[in-house]
Design a protein around this ligand. Structure first.
Ligand SMILES: [Zn+2]
Length: 378
């Protein structure tokens, strides 16, 4: 029982580790390199991000015979006769002498990736010669020098390993898939928004308002062409009109869908009522509207971008904090944002961080189990 508890704690530490920091050491251009450990070429692939090579912590620990211990404030790593502690929540790596070094970590398909550099903190030597595809970590027990290592593994070290594409699975992996959603569009700045999404090769789902689609039909077409998701947000966006009756709500969604179909040739069954489904979209409303085949979507990450506007720092923190909380329960984030000019400012930084944390951006379709405040799975 006690062992189980420790294991769970240990696992949750891996999961909730958002970003710890560290300094980069690598400056090469190779996206990934096979990692040499001691005198052997290991099965570990080191991945380069922002000029730092990252390795899966558990695999590296196994190779170097390190002991990992989950503690309330982070993960203790014992190896090479030394110890360090990877502190949770942006804490960095606490070294034996009490200093805290920067150490960025991130999750890649559920695996905690750490900078190879942490092995240097434990007294290991790291050799890096990008032009020879050499990346090697070793200690005094190694018998080969780098030249000897290179000649031993010459055939295996060139050409560089291409990064492994994550397996495409039809079913979203829990906790690693992310749904970006934009409400209230299209708008005068939708094209800039789509440019940013394109640049980061990311897709989103748009819950659009009928009259806005009539005003910016070319943006709606572009959303379809880029493969982003389509959703309905009604016609009036006015509480007293939309929620006047279940029939009124259904009429707004049907009208919205008719406009979408007129512009793009296809409709959608995804809906998001204005201001979210709670408290007004009660069972009477849901029976009426979802009974027509619509699927109800709210969100579990609220960016509050409509409120913070140009205050990108606050929007960024608001989103990332909520995303990190969801990592504890391996819940896929559904992020609410708005198709508005102010949101463009924060978007690149957000996308960069979320990608770095290993999320795959998917669009919402009728086949994804609806997430809403009523837990109505229809
Ligand atoms: Zn709205």
């Amino acid at each position: 029982m006690a062992t189980k508890k420790i294991m769970l704690l240990f696992m949750s530490l891996f999961l909730c580790f958002g970003v710890i920091q560290t300094t980069a050491s690598a400056t090469g251009v190779n996206k990934s390199l096979k990692l040499g450990v001691g005198d052997t070429l290991s099965g570990i692939t080191a991945v380069s991000q922002n000029d730092t090579y990252y390795v899966p912590l558990r695999a590296l620990a196994a190779e170097l015979k390190w002991t990992l211990t989950g503690l309330p404030d982070g993960i203790q790593v014992d190896g090479g006769g030394r110890t360090l502690r990877l502190l949770g929540d942006n804490g960095g790596a606490k070294l034996q002498d009490g200093t805290v070094a920067k150490a960025d970590t991130f999750l890649q398909n559920g695996t905690l990736m750490v900078p190879l550099k942490i092995s240097a903190y434990l007294g290991y030597i790291i050799s890096f010669e990008p032009e020879k595809y050499l990346l090697r970590v070793y200690d005094a027990s190694a018998t080969l020098d780098d030249a000897g290592f290179l000649s031993k593994y010459k055939s295996e070290l060139t050409p560089p390993v291409t990064p492994e594409e994550p397996a495409k699975t039809p079913v979203a992996k829990p906790g690693t898939t992310l749904y970006l959603t934009f409400d209230d569009g299209p708008s005068a700045t939708t094209s800039e928004l789509l440019d940013i999404l394109d640049k980061y090769d990311v897709k989103a789902t748009f819950f659009m308002i009928g009259p806005n689609m009539n005003r910016y039909p070319s943006q709606v077409k572009r959303i379809v062409e880029m493969g982003s998701g389509l959703g309905l947000h009604g016609m009036t966006h006015r509480k007293e009109k939309f929620y006047a009756s279940a029939s009124a709500a259904l009429a707004e969604m049907n009208g919205d869908n008719a406009i979408l179909t007129k512009i793009t040739g296809k409709g959608t069954t995804l809906i998001r009522p204005p201001y979210g489904s709670k408290p007004y979209f009660t069972k009477t409303f849901r029976d009426k509207v979802l009974g027509q085949g619509y699927h109800l979507w709210d969100w579990n990450v609220d960016s509050d971008d409509w409120k913070y506007k140009e205050d990108s720092a606050t929007i960024y923190t608001t989103v990332m904090n909520q995303v990190h909380k969801l990592q504890h329960s391996r819940t896929n984030p559904v992020i609410l944002m708005h198709d508005q000019k102010a949101t463009l400012k924060v978007l690149p930084r957000l996308l960069e961080s979320l990608k770095k944390e290993g999320y795959t951006f998917e669009i919402i379709t009728k086949d994804v189990e609806p997430l809403n405040f009523w837990r109505d799975k229809r």
